[in-house]
Design a protein around this ligand. Structure first.
Ligand SMILES: NC(=O)c1ccc[n+]([C@@H]2O[C@H](COP(=O)([O-])OP(=O)(O)OC[C@H]3O[C@@H](n4cnc5c(N)ncnc54)[C@H](O)[C@@H]3O)[C@@H](O)[C@H]2O)c1
Length: 338
């Protein structure tokens, strides 16, 4: 087995910057040998940083490039086509969330992965978000006793970095599969699953305050877990200036864990010994999740290490989003796993 993973970045847009930083954090374990984007200027920017060969399509890269794995960071409606193409070429695949906008497309991707027999990972960086991981350690160590409930809140002022007007795909329901729930909301749902187990059913309502977004830009939902516990999930993107809010609050029988809102990090424990809250780790934040994410993928390919979360597990956020969408229509609780 080689010591270095030769990787093609397919889609060199907004999230590629974070993946590149994550690759750098892996300390030479991953070499970017191909940069693929129909927008050649974007691929060239990646190449100037990495020395990669530039290609306009995955087909061209497969024909003329030198890589064992692909990191697919393209609009949701293209996930199936590029993933299947990569599997058919025998490549290992890291695919940005969600696996695809529909479960039918996911089934086809999973079948293609199985036929290829290569490593397949869905990139859900919240799995590696330092504060989320720290919260899991604290919960598992009994720091807050038994979990009673939790709240997840993704409340963001409209952010032109992710939602550039020219990147119209992110506003189009037909291309993303929905709105904020299926998209950025996944990063707030994964931690709840890590801490509280599998979600049994959901009930939710949607609204559309961000006029330019066709799908929902506001969701309020309740989750009931298989354990019987309940949690709330709120997400919204608005043009309003917002006050501070926690990203997650996890209430247990002995205390509460609070993770600061936004992307900057900060985790505090509140209990009888720390009524004012004790900072449990130096704030690291969302950006620091990509190093361990890319490392997990590289270790799986290079050394056969089991992934932190496999592709079947990664369907959970998508299934939760789709169940919320059904619930908004039916006005009923909807099962997540059918
Ligand atoms: N983990 C996170 O926090 C996070 C954040 C943002 C986006 N994402 C995910 O990353 C993916 C990409 O989102 P983004 O914000 O980077 O979008 P983006 O629009 O900024 O970038 C997508 C890039 O893909 C390119 N592209 C389009 N068709 C292509 C093709 N056939 N082959 C190769 N490249 C192609 C586009 O030219 C563009 O440069 C999505 O799945 C999104 O949900 C994840």
């Amino acid at each position: 087995m080689p010591d270095v993973l030769k990787l093609a970045l397919v889609g060199c847009g907004a999230i590629a910057r974070f993946h590149l930083d994550g690759i750098q954090a892996c300390g030479g374990k991953i070499r970017v040998t191909a940069a693929v984007d129909p927008d050649r200027g974007k691929a060239e920017r990646v190449a100037s940083e990495t020395g990669a060969q530039v290609f306009s399509s995955l087909a061209e890269a497969v024909a003329g490039g030198d890589f064992d794995a692909v990191d697919l960071m393209v609009p949701h409606d293209l996930h199936e086509a590029v993933a299947v193409k990569a599997f058919q070429a025998g490549k290992h695949v890291l695919l940005e969330k969600p696996m695809a906008p529909t479960l039918e497309a996911c089934d086809r991707i999973l079948a293609s992965a199985k036929a290829a027999g290569t490593v397949f990972m869905v990139a859900e960086n919240a799995q590696y978000w330092p504060e989320v991981v720290k919260a899991k350690e604290l919960i598992d160590a009994g720091a807050i006793g038994e979990i009673l409930t939790a709240r997840a809140t993704y409340a963001a002022e409209f952010d032109a970095y992710w939602f550039k007007e020219k990147n119209a795909w992110r506003y189009e329901k037909g291309r993303t599969g929905g709105g904020i729930t299926i998209d950025g909301g996944s990063h707030w749902i994964r931690p709840l699953r890590m801490w509280m187990g599998e979600i049994e059913e959901v009930v939710g309502v949607l609204d559309h305050p961000l006029k330019q977004m066709e799908g929902e830009s506001l969701v309020r939902a309740l989750f009931r877990f298989r354990s019987g516990k309940i949690a709330t999930f709120d997400a919204m993107m608005v043009t309003t200036v917002l006050g501070p809010d926690a990203s997650w609050r996890v209430v247990g029988t002995k205390g509460e864990i609070v993770i600061e809102g936004g992307f900057g990090g900060g985790i505090k424990l509140f209990d009888v010994a720390n009524r004012g809250g004790k900072l449990m780790a130096e704030p690291q934040g969302y950006g620091k999740s990509f190093g361990p994410e890319l490392d997990d993928f590289a270790e799986a390919v290079l050394r056969g290490k089991p992934l932190e979360a496999g592709p079947d597990y990664a369907l959970g956020e998508l299934r939760t989003a789709l169940a919320i969408y059904r619930s908004a229509e039916s006005r009923q609780w909807e099962k997540v796993w059918g």
